[in-house]
Design a protein around this ligand. Structure first.
Ligand code: CMP
Length: 139
């Protein structure tokens, strides 16, 4: 049921600003069920691997540095139409373009520090979930 799953990370700045509870509340109230979750910290190598698709882009090195700068919360979420509905909930990648009431509009502090990551396809949701969670870490 790949189309029912998406993956998210609450990024270091949002975690540091104690926005984790508010963001998880928005996720639950939007109808997503948490299927796996962990508080962790990425090494630069792991952050680089996670964002390997962006390697070579002007923002890549700074993104890797930022994503390994502090704790993050990783979670696997379930809902019908999960990928698309979660992207609607979080808003545009650049918070300047994010709709009112979205997670990024409320909690992002910059394009790079945009509060949360959300998978952009069912295929990537599965890859990203596998990156963080073993079978026994999922319900
Ligand atoms: P995310 O959804 O985690 O996927 C890739 C991340 O790269 C994105 O959110 C932003 O944090 C960051 N990013 C993408 N484009 C830019 C950009 N032009 N400038 C700075 N950061 C960017």
């Amino acid at each position: 049921m790949a189309e029912k799953l998406t993956f998210t990370m609450i990024k270091p700045t949002a975690f540091k600003n104690n926005n984790t509870g508010a963001i998880l509340k928005m996720i639950n109230e939007a109808g997503f069920t948490i299927k796996a979750m962990k508080l962790t910290r990425l090494t630069p190598a792991l952050a680089g691997e996670f964002y390997a698709i962006h390697k070579g882009k002007p923002f890549y090195d700074a993104l890797v540095q930022f994503m390994s700068s502090g704790p993050i919360v990783a979670a696997l979420l379930e809902k019908e139409n999960a990928v698309e509905d979660y992207r609607t909930l979080i808003g545009a990648t650049n918070p300047d373009n994010a709709a009112e009431g979205t997670i990024r509009k409320l909690y992002a502090t910059s394009f790079q520090q945009n509060a949360v990551h959300g998978s952009d396809s069912d295929e990537n949701a599965n890859l990203e979930a596998d990156f963080f969670f073993s079978k026994t870490e999922r319900i």
